[in-house]
Write a protein that binds this ligand. Sequence first.
Ligand SMILES: N[C@@H](CCC(=O)N[C@@H](CS)C(=O)NCC(=O)O)C(=O)O
Length: 263
Amino acid sequence: MNCLYSLLLLLVTACTAEIIGRECIDSSALCTIRKDDCMLETIKVVCPATCGECSRTPIKDKVYNLTYFDLTIRSRGEQIRWILEQGDAKWIDTRVPIAAWGALKPKTLTGHLPYLEVEGRTIAESGAIALYLGRELGLAGRDNWETAEVHMLWDMTQDAFNEIVNLAFVQDAVAKAAGLKKFHEQSLPFLLNFIATRLSSGQEWLVGNKLTLADIVVAHLYDFQVGKAKELIKNSSLNAALYDRVVALPKIKHWLDTRPPSP
Ligand SMILES: N[C@@H](CCC(=O)N[C@@H](CS)C(=O)NCC(=O)O)C(=O)O
């Protein structure tokens, strides 16, 4: 009996140390990272702070207000909308007409969109918003390493995204053609190859073989120029299959089928 008790104690202590070592810090930012784990009684007891008691509002009751432009190509804000939808968040889709931007800009946190408001606080920069929401909604990986991998894929995707977006503002036709050539012949193939390699052993998802925001933003990158997804990825079956998997996720599919038309 004693032996069994000691063994149990040892087990609980080992697990506790493991849990505390990794995540159990009294910080509201981390309260949400192991949302699924908080279903477990032990973790609720060992990590009360990480299981929502330190948070003023349980995640399921939080309302996130995302503010972004009302743009035809949807762009930077749309990838965050996909994350909110897949995370089953309650959120408000605040869209700013371009004509209203001049008046709003000086009142914003960084002078740019998107920004996210939650519980009276505001965060800007799409990477910060995406990673914050990923942690809140269980889409940022299972541990710090996976979160770093998600972040890596976010940054790589945004580099490609920025390259193509910046070209939209290039006036000189020769420079624009050279930029597009570089994107299609170098940057995009590099990214496609990087993504394909991560999926080449049969994984369905890019990080930890569990859906994360990395899969969502990669699929969004392929989609962000309206109707261009298939063309962008036509030479990579692994990338095309990843895209198909993401857009077939019931919540993303529902969003794509019902999202408001952009002007
Ligand atoms: N690094 C920022 C860039 C934000 C940004 O450049 N947003 C553009 C729209 S995609 C914007 O606000 N443009 C209007 C302006 O800068 O006045 C982010 O990732 O959020």
